[in-house]
Design a protein around this ligand. Structure first.
Ligand code: ATP
Ligand code: MG
Length: 354
């Protein structure tokens, strides 16, 4: 099979997990933790990718923290594992579409593409902003994307496929902060235990002051019982009122959205409010979209109709959008080929990748 006929590889790089797979398939081949455990072996350092449980002599490295690449060696190990062990393909046989968070910076984009061409010899590569893909994944080309992942939350207004970069925002408040809050409030030393509590019993309520709290018992993997009370609601409340978990200087999500749209030209605001797409795993908290809708209805100027839209699998919306884009016939000329990279250098991606 020629490279043109071979499916492209889509890699959505998250702070918490990578979602990796091929165009033409409905779901990623695998979703795995973006972490590398480093330990000393007889012949040097051993790197184990995606392994959560550290052994006492290993050190965990997260290649991406709060959406920002912070260890390129570790990232390279994770991508090597992706090609060899997860997808079981030769990287030189497939075009690769990578994702990055909005406003991630030119240098980070260049480095990622450099690794793809120089280390993995990919025939062509493309770097796409997660928000744009999330919007395509949700079936639209205009709207405002709100991605609440593990390390960061981004709000990006997009009109006819073009993101308004100067109006976009990123804040360091997302799933990992809710997990930290729960671990502290419930006195749980294992963060993964706290994460399981967040994912299984936490929710966002309409009004935390008036909510009647029903405590629930959470059974841990070791069989012990943790009683969870108002923490169930406080953790998701953090996105709408960050001070409840001690983030005094972060604006509530609803304010970020309204400020972003208000800084776009008036002519586009109708479309930006009409389709506010939720992406990212932390939006899966029960009641999240209803609460956001209710908060926005208090803030959005009355001449606009405002609609918060959810997708079936918020964790996969970006990946699904990447698949759609990479297999569209129109897109094929957008790939940055290895030949272009060799001729023009890494700078070529800023001209070709939007
Ligand atoms: N059912 C659920 N309820 C609440 N939170 C969830 C649920 N499932 C997953 N999460 C949380 O979603 C987050 C992971 O989401 P996602 O995969 O979108 O993040 P990421 O892409 O790895 O990170 P980022 O986009 O911030 O770089 C984690 O904090 C995880 O605990
Ligand atoms: Mg993400």
């Amino acid at each position: 099979m020629s490279v043109e006929e071979a499916p492209a590889v889509i890699i959505d790089n998250g702070s918490h997990t990578l979602k990796v797979g091929f165009t033409g398939e409905d779901d990623p081949k695998e979703i795995f933790r973006n972490v590398v455990q480093l330990s000393e072996g007889a012949d040097g350092v051993i790197r184990s990718v995606g392994v959560l449980a550290p052994n006492p002599s290993s050190r965990a490295v997260s290649p991406i923290q709060r959406g920002r690449p912070c260890d390129w060696d570790a990232m390279e190990s994770v991508w090597e594992y992706t090609f060899k062990d997860v997808l079981k393909v030769a990287s030189e046989d497939h075009n690769v579409l990578l994702t990055d968070r909005p406003l991630s910076g030119k240098a980070n984009r260049e480095k990622a593409v450099q690794i793809m061409f120089e280390k993995f010899s990919t025939p062509a590569t493309y770097m796409s902003m997660q928000a744009t893909l999330a919007l395509y994944g949700a079936g639209r080309t205009s709207g405002t994307v709100v991605d609440v992942g593990d390390g960061c939350t981004s709000v990006v207004p997009i009109l006819k496929g073009t993101p308004a970069i100067e109006a976009s925002t990123n804040v360091d408040l997302a799933g990992c902060d809710m997990v930290d809050y729960l671990a502290g409030a419930l006195n749980v030393s294992d963060r993964e235990q706290a994460r399981a509590i967040m994912e299984k019993v936490c929710a966002v309520c309409g009004n935390i002051e008036k909510e009647v709290v029903n405590n629930v018992d959470f059974k841990t993997s070791t069989g012990s019982i943790i009683n969870v009370g108002v923490e169930r609601y406080r953790c998701g409340e953090a996105m709408f009122n960050p001070s409840v978990i001690g983030h005094q200087h972060t604006k509530p999500l609803q304010e970020l959205i309204v400020e972003c749209v208000a800084s776009c030209k008036e002519v586009g605001r109708k479309d930006l409010y009409a389709y506010i797409v939720l992406a990212g795993g932390s939006t899966m908290l029960n009641g999240f979209s209803e609460r956001l809708q209710s908060e926005l209805s208090k803030l959005v100027p009355s001449q606009y109709r405002c609609k918060v839209v959810t997708t079936q699998h918020p964790i996969l919306t970006v990946w699904a959008g990447g698949c759609l884009v990479a297999q569209s016939p129109m897109f094929q000329q957008s790939w940055v080929t290895k030949q272009e990279y060799e001729e023009y250098g890494a700078d070529v991606i800023h001209r070709k990748c939007v």
